[in-house]
Design a protein. Structure first.
Ligand code: SAH
Length: 252
């Protein structure tokens, strides 16, 4: 049981029996949604705890609610999937962030590769990451997640090595891979917790990037015979992985 209105609050705004909502959400709750004492909404602390609360008092700067019920956290996938995403052009990253948030991604890290045409200077990269973090937060609210996916700092391919070594399982999607399919790579897997998916930009990966990733421990996999756009590849790979891991309807 939840409520169609879902908000994230700082963990320290939550104590045993009450949750205080502050910031922009106050106007949204009191003005646009016109909620008042007695109305219910759900709040999450972004660390995996979710509560059904009831408004007890509204003030111009805050909404005081009391906890009615701790909601079962069935909203987060068991698999913690991170996407290392070749920097795509224009708004494609906005779409990837929004859709993968709804689907259950844990983290998205933008990746500069040999063929990614967009080159971001540090200041601009920081601004873009802040924008993507906002999109992730909005999509996490809309989809009722208990956690907000994290947008990592822009990495270049040489920095991918340390990342790849951090994960129990790493897939690099390569359209020229003929032997190993995603399904073969998943066969007989006792599902690890942390998985990294590496998706190339519009121009794809260079052969040496693929060879390097293999050396660092990534499994290079095919996503089938058609060439998917980078945003399609990210969304489809995440969906197939989460489904295989029992999420997204993958388990009764
Ligand atoms: N070089 C490609 C374009 C890259 S598609 C071309 O010839 O047009 C963008 C990214 O999506 C790729 O780098 C890869 O990570 C992924 N991708 C797309 N189709 C794929 C497929 N059939 N198998 C594996 N990965 C794929």
């Amino acid at each position: 049981m939840g409520s169609e209105h879902h908000f994230f609050v700082e963990a320290d705004n939550i104590d045993q029996e009450q949750v205080v909502i502050t910031g922009d959400d106050v106007a949204h709750i009191t003005k646009s949604l016109r909620l008042e004492s007695g109305d219910q909404l759900s709040v999450a602390d972004g660390e995996g705890n979710k509560y059904l609360v009831e408004i007890v008092e509204t003030k111009p700067e805050l909404v005081i609610t009391e906890i009615k019920e701790e909601l079962e956290i069935k909203v987060e996938p068991e698999l913690e999937v991170t996407i290392l995403q070749g920097l795509p052009k224009s708004k494609k990253m906005d779409l990837i962030v929004q859709k993968c948030t709804e689907l259950g991604v844990a983290k998205i890290i933008p990746l500069e590769t040999a063929r990614s045409v967009v080159k971001l200077k540090p200041k601009k990269a920081q601004r873009r990451c802040q924008r993507w973090q906002k999109i992730a937060e909005e999509a996490a609210k809309q989809s009722g997640r208990a956690k907000i996916p994290q947008i990592g700092e822009l990495r270049d391919f040489s920095q991918a090595q340390t990342l790849i070594e951090e994960y129990e399982l790493v897939f690099l999607a390569w359209e020229e891979e003929e032997a190993v399919t995603l399904q073969n790579a998943l066969k007989g897997l006792s599902f690890p917790q942390k998985i990294l998916i590496i998706i190339g930009p519009e121009g794809g990966f260079s052969a040496q990037e693929v060879a390097q990733a293999k050396r660092w421990g990534a499994k290079v996999v095919s996503l089938g015979p058609r060439i998917l756009r980078t945003e399609t590849a990210a969304i489809a790979t995440l969906s197939m992985l989460l489904y295989a891991g029992g999420d997204l309807g993958g388990r009764a």
